[in-house]
Design a protein around this ligand. Structure first.
Ligand code: C2O
Ligand code: CU
Length: 437
């Protein structure tokens, strides 16, 4: 058995007291005795990558490409991934963003495993139980190494596969000379995609950058079929040109039926970044006109009982920390309840608890708050309750002055990291743990 360090009621000799339950290693890892349905190897290495703009970046890749290979597995089937680090000096791990894996498979160095150093390897095994769009990325030196290319898509499919065109696209900010270059990364697919009229298209958008990205789909009405790997019940048709703000780390699955003409996905910040679907696959683009702003708070319909009667409620306050740098008062850190990681106290809950969190930002910048190991349900934003279908997420963009209320069930024991997905902010202190047995 294993006792989590820091658990208040576990004595030094490992004996259990009070209500704390012992956990076996089997409960914290993926199944050891089954044959995986899908086996993959990811080799991390330093590589030079040429962007569509022609510029080259000194990148880090999985299997020679960035994004790395798209991994697909059916829901309920065992996936086994072997990570090999060829020559990334800082070390590498793989975190499965949005998948509620057993704790030991979570890929957080210093918490759930040691970083894999050059020449080393590590095997991950887990069975995803929910179909949807997820992604994987290194969790070591995330600040630079995700940015430099150590990420890819993990698609969990329904047993009956979608029979239309199914494509994944990342919005990524490459470290450029002086300034990040935000691009739509299609993993070597052409910017023009062949799609005849009447064809169903599922376009999975993933934001691997550190800021929210604005994407627009023009040329056809569409639905947001899923948010962060959670299907949206009662998803209604949005007008062509509707603007979507994708949180850093977040995913929107966009579904549409091909019209007679072309459909273009474009990225707000970069006028060159576009992906166009058309009969014949020409790379031209349809520009966006009209359409409002998509808001997940009021989208979809259909209800699902909330957890209610919460057993624990936590208040988190996000703040900027200021200090003197070169004689000027400037931003230096990102705090949770006035503290910097590792001084932020871990949230302690009991297994089975209904947990409610109120996260209030007094910061001047965006904080994409990400919780490991648990998808969460949004209850309210700035006091307004969710009025559409239940809004499930794993990465919530908490803007300047915003307050979110969320809830989740503590049903996945271990030591989890909850943090800002802006890696600079994480490195500057906006990280905390959630721990229970
Ligand atoms: Cu996508 Cu802790 O990360
Ligand atoms: Cu942040």
């Amino acid at each position: 058995t294993l006792v989590l360090a820091g658990q208040a009621d576990a004595s030094a000799d490992g004996h259990q007291h009070g209500g704390s339950a012992a956990l076996s290693v089997e409960q914290l890892t993926g199944p050891k005795d089954q044959t995986p349905a899908v086996r993959k190897t990811l080799v991390a290495a330093r590589t030079e990558v040429r962007l569509t703009s022609g510029a080259t970046v000194d990148a880090l890749t999985f299997n020679g490409s960035a994004p790395g290979p798209e991994i697909r597995v059916e829901r309920g089937r065992l996936l086994e991934v072997t990570l090999v680090n060829q020559n990334v000096e800082e070390g590498v791990t793989v975190h499965w963003h949005g998948v509620d894996v057993p704790n030991a498979e979570d890929g957080v160095p210093g918490v759930t495993q040691d970083a894999v150093m050059p020449g080393g390897r590590h095997v991950y095994r887990f069975t995803p139980d929910r179909a949807g769009t997820f992604w994987y990325h290194t969790h070591r030196d995330g600040l630079l190494n995700v940015k430099r290319g150590l990420f890819g898509a993990l698609i969990v499919e329904e047993p009956v596969a979608f029979d239309g065109l199914d494509r994944t696209v990342f919005t990524h900010a490459w470290p450029g000379s002086g300034r990040d270059v935000t691009a739509l990364d299609r993993a070597d697919q052409p910017a023009g995609q062949d799609a005849p009229a009447g064809r169903k298209v599922l376009l999975r958008t993933v934001n691997s950058s550190e800021e929210p990205q604005t994407v627009r789909l023009a040329g056809a009405p569409f639905q947001v079929a899923a948010i962060d790997g959670n299907a949206v019940p009662g998803a209604t048709a949005l007008e062509p040109g509707t603007e979507l703000q994708l949180a850093a780390g977040g995913r929107y699955d966009l579904a549409f039926t091909m019209p007679a003409g072309a459909v273009t996905l474009s990225l707000g910040a970069n006028p060159d970044a576009a992906l166009t679907f058309s009969p014949g696959g020409a790379a031209g683009r349809v520009s966006a006109t009209g359409g409002g702003q998509f808001d997940p708070l009021a989208y979809g319909s259909g209800s699902e009982p909330g957890l209610g009667g919460h057993d624990r409620t936590f208040d988190l306050r996000l703040d900027d920390g200021f200090g003197f740098s070169q004689g000027r008062l400037s931003y230096v850190s990102s705090l949770i309840n006035g503290r910097l990681y590792p001084a932020v106290p871990a949230l302690e809950v009991e297994r089975g608890d209904r947990v409610r969190m109120r996260i209030a930002s007094r910061s001047t910048v965006n904080h994409p708050f990400h919780l490991h190991g648990h998808r969460v349900r949004v209850l309210a934003r700035n006091g307004d309750p969710v009025s559409g279908s239940p809004w499930w997420t794993d990465t919530l963009n908490i803007g300047r002055g915003e307050v979110y209320e969320i809830e989740f069930r503590a049903d996945n024991p271990g030591i989890w990291m909850d943090h800002c997905h802006n890696f600079q902010h994480g490195a500057n202190g906006m990280i905390m743990h959630l721990a229970y047995t």
